[in-house]
Design a protein around this ligand. Structure first.
Ligand code: FUC
Length: 798
């Protein structure tokens, strides 16, 4: 896709550098690199440089039919029980008959069951006989996607540079020293299980293995190769290790492939050949040529956008100390810009066209049993990973998500038949590269039916930002299939005659029935209704645009009108369920019923003030504390409510220094580790992406608000903590590039440049722009900037 953007100003070191005075000792202190498919975590140790390696199709498990073929027989009874308010009995029946068959996700520990688990590819160890060193520094420069480690020993300066190149399809490391012949070290390559490493040439290691398919058979086969090319000195093999002696310089090239034949990724049946070809191709180029090509490629994405908050041109303190100081109250606006840039960096590094989508850990995992299988959860997590893409002008990075959605349609149709005897397709709460669409293994979380509806939001959003008609025509059948499923599965609740889903959940949250018992399974939770209004609207809108399916449009329009509405409960909060049940956990991490506020947009402060107020009350009761991604979501909620200071408070909470062990579902230990990875805990990358998107949401919003054209809101939730700043190259809905500069908390200039593709001569349209409560309309011509200043928003309002 061609890029239309104004040239961004360069980003200063305080917004672009993660750096430390010590090596990492743990995974979540190390520095991530990636090209969307291959990932590396660089520890930067002195005696041992450890690099954890990933490849995004290193998944155990295998295709499996999780559907219970007879499940649909239980559906009428489950629904009858729910309609009679016998939720406990309904839930018990769902548990017996309406969950997946087999072992499901293995309750999140699926490494050795068919569901499988995203796993570490291996670890590269470089062992030196270096001990006491001086002037140690390790860093990650987000402007180039290069990690560096430097130190001095006995007067010799050592430098290691690492990057993972997309055009080069390899991890590339160069080790140099200020004195000839000073580089001596050994190299090994291993994995916690299922590996064999052999020297495959005098300067090369080959590691191969076959993962568990979950049935005791052979699953994905992988091949990983490391080659060392030295200047001066020599390389020898010693058993399964390479020994480098007295080199002036050493370049390490690492390539890997698997034979995963799923919906995306490198579709090779021959990982041995593919990895060798990658290595040979990389080895034909000089280190400088590889690095130049890598940086050029990376910058085509990263440089589309720039954000400056405060001053960022002076070198920052080490990132770990910076986090601690920020938590202690030292103002550091540039740290928010760094976090924002890190989010963009992670997305570019973990999600590239042709690959698998960023998973719960992006691309970076150190274990065989990654938490929650490192899968794609569909009740917020994978969607949150992609929130930054449109505004940060990274539409290409969404391609793997779009591919995942398309890949779920076929298995989702089977699931729709088995459980619901209905048309269309459905995905529930979890999925994997093997096309899992069945409900989860427990009703309490697994009966959520909104996964497919939520995914479909991303298809419409992509079109809104790019105006790509071909894309819309291609994905329309997916929207249609999702709508058909829900349309067939709406039932009428007797009290008001509203149409509702069921059985369903408000993701993972239980309610308390009047008799004091708890239940999860319900009819028509608010989130479902919000998602279905959106999905039906989107399908009808797309069908109209494509001029197809008139009868379906009528069907969906009629049903949409009858969906249960948002309801304000007796206590003024937006109701989470059809009835004003009590929350079982008032501070639950999911805030699903505010989907309509964000990432949906049916609730806005101007368009639906009562609902916005009810949403605000719901947020108050929920409280600020929460898991990593929950904090990130709340930044976005408060940004949508126009409350910048509260959003900033949540951002501060998201940056609470942590490295908490284990799992915590309540918010204890949530925050950021020193490498800025978000902690649920454990490490889970969705909060990084949600936080990145939240920062953007505070500075620019664009969504329809009572009009056909989106309303572009400038600085809608600017916090006092960011009095001065500048954004360049942000994208708004409608395909508009937005640059904004502000001082002392007040807009100085804004430049809006409609993309010629979305605002061509046939479709010039207009821009609706809002700042501080004043909305103005300007003619929009593709490629022509509209320059605005504060005075444009003085009066009169239009
Ligand atoms: C959902 C969330 C959890 C966690 C898991 C991966 O189940 O409720 O908090 O993020 O996904």
């Amino acid at each position: 896709m061609s890029v239309f953007s104004t040239a961004p100003k360069s980003i200063g070191p305080a917004s672009a550098l993660l750096w430390y005075e010590e090596p990492a000792t743990r995974f979540f202190e190390s520095l991530p690199l990636g090209n969307g498919r291959l990932g590396a975590m660089v520890f930067g140790g002195v005696e041992e440089e450890r690099i954890i390696l990933n490849e995004n199709s290193v998944w155990s498990g295998s295709p499996d039919d999780g559907d219970r073929p007879e499940a649909h027989r239980a559906l009428p009874e489950i629904r009858r029980l729910l309609l009679e308010n016998r939720h406990r009995e309904a839930e018990a029946l769902v548990n017996r008959t309406f969950t997946c068959q087999g072992k499901g996700s293995g309750h999140g520990n699926g490494a050795n069951v068919p569901f499988g688990c995203y796993q570490v590819l291996g670890t590269l160890h470089l062992r030196f006989d270096h001990d006491a060193v001086r002037n140690y520094r390790r860093e990650l420069d987000l402007r180039e996607a290069v990690a560096r480690v430097r130190y001095e020993r006995n007067g010799v300066r050592f430098l290691r540079e690492h990057f993972v190149s997309a055009p080069g399809e390899a991890l590339v490391s160069r080790l140099t020293a200020s004195q000839p012949g000073a580089l001596s070290f050994s190299v090994t390559l291993d994995r916690p299980e299922r590996f064999l490493t052999v020297p495959s040439a005098k300067n090369e290691l080959l590691m191969t293995g076959t993962l568990n398919d979950g049935r005791g058979g052979r699953g994905v086969f992988y091949a990983a190769r490391l080659r060392v090319v030295v200047r001066g000195g020599r390389v020898t093999t010693e058993g399964n290790r390479l020994r480098i002696e007295n080199a002036d310089e050493a370049v390490l090239l690492f390539a890997a492939a698997t034979d995963y034949q799923g919906f995306a990724g490198r579709r090779t049946r021959f990982p041995l050949t593919a990895s060798l070809n990658d290595l040979d191709r990389a080895a034909r180029r000089s280190y400088d040529a590889l690095k130049t090509a890598h940086i050029r490629d990376y910058k085509t994405f990263f440089d589309r956008v720039a954000l400056r908050l405060g001053k960022d041109d002076t070198p920052p303190p080490p990132t770990d100390r910076r986090l601690t100081a920020f938590a202690a109250g030292t103002p550091d606006p540039a740290l928010a810009a760094l976090y924002f840039n890190f989010g963009r960096y992670l997305l570019i590094s973990s999600s590239r066209p042709g690959g698998l989508p960023a998973n719960l850990q992006g691309l970076w995992a150190e274990e065989i049993q990654t938490p929650w299988n490192g899968d794609w959860h569909l009740d917020i997590n994978v969607q949150m990973n992609y929130w930054p893409a449109p505004v940060c002008h990274l539409p290409e990075m969404q391609e793997p998500l779009h591919a995942l959605i398309a890949h779920l349609v076929k298995p989702g149709e089977r699931t729709a038949k088995a459980y619901y005897q209905s048309r269309g397709w459905v995905a529930h709460v979890i999925t994997n590269p093997w096309g899992f669409t069945s409900p989860g293994e427990e009703a309490s979380w697994g009966a959520t039916t909104g996964g497919s509806a939520w995914l479909c939001q991303h298809l419409r959003t992509h079109y809104e930002y790019t105006g790509d008609r071909k894309f819309l025509a291609r994905v329309y059948p997916i929207l249609k299939g999702a709508s058909l499923f829900y349309s067939d599965n709406l039932i009428e609740e007797p009290k008001h005659g509203w149409l509702v889903t069921g059985p369903s959940n408000s993701p993972e949250h239980a309610f308390v029935l009047p008799d004091g018992t708890r239940a999860h399974v319900c009819l028509g939770p608010t989130i479902d209704m919000q998602q279905l209004r959106e999905l039906f609207d989107n399908t009808v809108w797309a069908a109209r645009l494509l001029n197809v399916d008139a009868a379906l449009r009528d069907e969906l329009t009629a049903k949409r009108r009858r969906l249960a509405p948002n309801q304000v409960g007796p206590d003024g909060r937006l109701q989470e369920w059809l009835e004003p049940y009590a929350d079982s956990e008032p501070h639950h991490r999911h805030v699903s019923h505010l989907y309509g506020l964000h990432p949906g947009h049916e609730i806005t402060p101007e368009g639906t003030p009562e609902l916005a107020e009810a949403a605000r009350k719901s947020l108050e009761t929920r409280g600020d504390a929460g898991t990593g991604w929950s904090l990130a979501w709340k930044i976005n909620f408060h940004a949508r409510l126009g409350n910048g200071d509260r959003a900033h408070k949540l951002f501060k909470m998201l940056l609470t220094p942590t490295g908490a062990r284990g799992f915590d579902m309540s918010g204890n230990g949530a925050g950021s580790s020193v490498n800025l990875f978000c902690f649920h805990p454990p490490f889970q990358i969705d909060g990084n992406f949600g936080g990145c998107a939240g920062i953007a949401e505070m500075l620019l919003q664009s969504h329809p608000d009572g009009g056909e054209r989106p309303l572009i809101r400038l600085l809608p939730a600017l916090p006092a903590a960011w009095p001065d700043g500048e954004v360049r190259g942000f994208r708004a809905r409608g395909g508009v590039t937005v640059d904004i500069e502000w001082k002392n908390g007040v807009l100085v200039t804004a430049r809006l440049t409609p993309d010629p593709r979305t605002h061509g001569p046939a479709n010039p349209g207009e821009l609706r722009v809002r700042y501080r409560g004043v909305t103005k309309t300007f003619p929009a011509t593709g490629g022509k900037s509209v320059n605005l200043t504060l005075s444009d928003f003085s009066a009169p309002a239009s």
